[in-house]
Design a protein around this ligand. Structure first.
Ligand code: SAM
Length: 262
C-alpha cells in the first residue's frame, strides 16, 4: 500500500542515518574542521552568542531549561554552558544533550568529562528521537530548544518542529543552525558546490576511510529546503518569527532560524 511503502522508505532513511553517524562518531569533530575550514566553529560561536544562554528564563529563580536536539558529540551544549559561565559566575541553566545515536552521545559524554565540574553539573544526556521525544520531556517544559546541523537528517522535519513546539513553554525559543542555500551569489555558489560535491567525499575517503557517509552528508545538504521554505515550515508548526525569520551565515552556506512559541 501507499502507507506501507512510505514506512519502508522512512525506516530505510532512519537506518541509513544511524549507519552514517555510528561510523563517523569518532572522526566527526576532526572532519567538521577539515570540511568547513573551521567555519563551523565560527558559526556555532555566533549561534550560541545570539542566544545569550543563562540570562533569560520565563520563570525567574528557576534554571533556564534547554534541550539540545541532535546534540551529537556535545559541541553546542558545551558552548551554551560555557557562554553562561562567562556571563555570570553562577548561571542557572540546565542543558540536556539529546541524540538518537548512542555512539555520538557516548563520545559527547566522554568529552564532557574534560570540562570543569561546575559545567558538567549543568549537563545531562538523553537518547531520543527528535520526531517522538520521550515522556520525560514534558509539554510546555523548556525555555530553549536548539538543533544544529541535525534537522536535515530527520525523516520528517515538520514532525520534529511540532515536537519542539509541544515541549517549549509559551515564550520559549526554537533556534536552529543548519546548512542552507548559498544561491544568492552565483559565482560563490559555483565554487561552493564544486568544493562540496568534489572534495568532501574525497576527504571523507582519505581521512575517515568512508566516502559513502560523506557523500550522503553532501546530498542531504542539497535536498534540504531553502531558507524561506524552512521558515514557512517553522510557521506551519505554530511558531512566530520576526523579520525574515532567518539569518544567513557565510553567504547562506549556513543559516540560523528562530521561532517563538506564542
Ligand atoms: N549538533 C551537533 C553538532 O553540531 O556538532 C551534531 C550534529 S550531527 C551532523 C547530526 C546528528 O543528528 C547526529 O548525531 C545524528 O545522530 C543526529 N540525528 C539524526 N537523526 C536524528 C533524529 N531523528 N533524532 C535525533 N537526532 C538525530
Amino acid at each position: 500500500t501507499h502507507f506501507g511503502y512510505e514506512t519502508v522508505l522512512e525506516s530505510e532513511k532512519e537506518n541509513r542515518v544511524a549507519g552514517v553517524f555510528h561510523s563517523v562518531a569518532e572522526s566527526y569533530d576532526r572532519m567538521n574542521d577539515l570540511m568547513s575550514f573551521g567555519w563551523h566553529r565560527v558559526w556555532k560561536d555566533h549561534f550560541v552568542a545570539s542566544l545569550a544562554p543563562g540570562l533569560s528564563t520565563s520563570n525567574p529563580g528557576q534554571p533556564q531549561r534547554i534541550l539540545d536536539v541532535a546534540g551529537g558529540t556535545g559541541d553546542i551544549a558545551f558552548r551554551l554552558v560555557s557562554a553562561a559561565h562567562a556571563a555570570s559566575p553562577n548561571p542557572k541553566l540546565h542543558v540536556t544533550v539529546s541524540d538518537i545515536n548512542s555512539s555520538m552521545l557516548s563520545v559527547g559524554r566522554d568529552r564532557s568529562l574534560a570540562l570543569p565540574a561546575s559545567h558538567q553539573a549543568c549537563l545531562s544526556f538523553l537518547e531520543a528521537n527528535a520526531e517522538r521525544l520521550p515522556p520525560q520531556v514534558q509539554d510546555n517544559s523548556l525555555d530553549l530548544y536548539t538543533v544544529v546541523f541535525g534537522i536535515r537528517n530527520f525523516t520528517n522535519p515538520l514532525a520534529a518542529l511540532r515536537e519542539a513546539h509541544r515541549v517549549l513553554k509559551p515564550g520559549g525559543v526554537f533556534a536552529c543552525l543548519e546548512f542552507s542555500k548559498a544561491d544568492k551569489h552565483p559565482l560563490f555558489n559555483y565554487v561552493y558546490k564544486r568544493w562540496s560535491f568534489g572534495a568532501i567525499p574525497l576527504i571523507g575517503q582519505l581521512v575517515a576511510g568512508d566516502r559513502d557517509s560523506y557523500q550522503y552528508l553532501v546530498e542531504s545538504i542539497e535536498r534540504f529546503p531553502s531558507q524561506e521554505q524552512f521558515r514557512d515550515m517553522i510557521l506551519e508548526a505554530g511558531f512566530e518569527v520576526s523579520g525574515d525569520g532567518y539569518e544567513d551565515l557565510t553567504g547562506g552556506v549556513a543559516a540560523i532560524h528562530k521561532g517563538v512559541k506564542p
